[in-house]
Design a binder for this molecule. Structure first.
Ligand code: C5P
Length: 411
């Protein structure tokens, strides 16, 4: 619970600063008070006026402002907070923090504080991958700071890769974790020592050397789950169908094309404690893939494609004897009576949980960034609010951690 907690939010320079405005709202809705510090870089992306209006407080920008210093010095800003959150944490501010600089209000507060600090890094993927940033990040973690993200995917700068700031609700979840004394996404690592297999993306089923049957799965949800499980300390093998996503950091990726290859890769990744089958596996493959490119034969008749059923990876893993993972989670994409179909699927496939979602026309789930899911377990069903796929992944990973460790509080 974060009701009544006092958050000092430091907004540094980066396009992700717009998400910090939403973060202020999400925190205020939950009864927290939010006081904001805006760096000069941050003020290039969001205005002090918007920040002040949303936080319903003054915005602090200047180390040497007589007004701010007399009314609210940097020591007092830190003293009157339960937690400092740096979102976005730019490469530059992280470098200052890692090296103990104190040459503006934000860095001075961060050097002077004895309160817990959560950073949400956000930057261009090359800046994030740069050894200097990685070194600084490791230093900050070693110094005992908490961190969330960054996630992988499309970046506002037009590139693809790691560097995207975590979504506001994920940051709220991390704040709740820290303030409740529970493990946060980097330090708690409640899945340390657990092995997980995650399937993701579509499968391609060859018709001939140049043609194949496929579907519209992007792999975003499965990749996000692999990343979220790794964040909680699991050793993750991600068995991925063709996709345009960056490999999640800290995850072993096995790229495959067909369902048969996906099953073989899953089986060779066993034993595992956790299996999450998020891939959109093709139900059928073409019997007897042509060795040469098929040609029109002049008869005007199209060739008949003879389809045979693919192995069901989820059902196979669920029904393993001896090597069955302790928790097997399937997905159920439905276009009608979502929950009923998902319940039946859970029983039919023999998995423990089903994450069910509506992918009907107009939902924009396939390929999109948002998802509205229902978690179906032996105990019943939960309807989760609409969340970013990254946030669904974080919430699911935390539920998985709770399954293995009842003391871990997923909420
Ligand atoms: O039967 P349906 O395809 O709707 O089931 C979806 C669930 O089953 C997903 O978890 C998907 O990854 C898994 N599945 C599988 N192998 C298949 C078909 C589906 O693992 N051949």
């Amino acid at each position: 619970m974060i009701t009544g907690k006092r958050i000092l939010l430091i907004i540094s320079g980066g396009i992700a600063a717009y998400k910090s405005l939403a973060l202020i709202r999400r925190l205020k809705e939950r009864g927290a008070s939010v006081r904001c510090v805006l760096t000069s870089g941050g003020a290039q992306f969001v205005t002090p006026l918007s920040v002040a209006a949303l936080s319903e407080d003054a915005v602090y920008q200047d180390l040497f402002s007589l007004k701010d210093e007399s009314e609210m010095g940097h020591i007092r800003l830190s003293r009157e907070a339960d937690l400092l959150v740096v979102a976005p944490a730019s490469a530059d501010l992280m470098a200052k923090m890692a090296n103990g600089h104190a040459n503006d209000l934000a860095s001075t507060i961060l050097l002077a504080t004895d309160k817990p600090v959560l950073i949400a890094p956000a930057m261009n993927t090359r800046m994030w991958d740069h050894p200097a940033t990685q070194r600084n990040f490791q230093t900050l973690i070693g110094d005992g700071l908490h961190a969330i993200g960054p996630g992988a995917g499309d970046l506002a700068c037009g590139e693809v890769g790691s560097g995207r700031m975590s979504e506001p609700l994920e940051i709220v979840a991390a704040i709740e974790g820290i303030l409740s004394g529970g493990p946060d996404t980097l330090h708690g690592r409640p899945l340390q020592g657990r092995r997980a297999i995650v399937t993701s993306g579509p499968t391609y089923e060859a018709i001939d050397p140049v043609r194949y049957l496929a579907n519209r799965s992007s792999g975003k949800q499965g990749h996000a789950i692999a990343a979220a499980l790794a964040d909680l300390g699991a050793e993750v093998v991600l068995v991925a169908g063709p996709n345009n996503l960056a490999d999640p950091t800290g995850v072993t990726v096995r790229d495959i094309e067909s369902a048969a290859q996906m099953l073989a890769a899953c089986e060779s990744a066993l034993p595992a404690d956790i299996a999450v089958c998020a891939a959109a596996v093709a139900d059928w493959r073409v019997a007897g893939e042509a060795e040469q490119k098929m040609k029109k034969d002049g008869s005007g008749q199209p060739p008949a494609l003879n389809l045979v059923e693919n192995p069901d990876i989820l059902a196979t893993l669920s029904k393993l004897n001896g090597t069955r993972p302790g928790l097997v989670v399937g997905f159920s994409a439905e276009t009608e009576t979502v929950v009923e179909h998902a319940r039946a699927k859970r029983a039919r496939k023999g998995c423990d949980w089903i994450v069910a979602n509506d992918v009907g026309a107009g939902t924009g789930v396939m390929g999109g960034d948002q998802n509205t899911v229902h978690l179906i377990t032996a105990d019943g069903e939960e309807n989760w609010p609409t969340m970013a796929k990254d946030a669904v992944a974080t919430a699911l990973a935390r539920r998985i951690a709770e399954f293995f460790d009842a003391d871990f509080d997923a909420d």
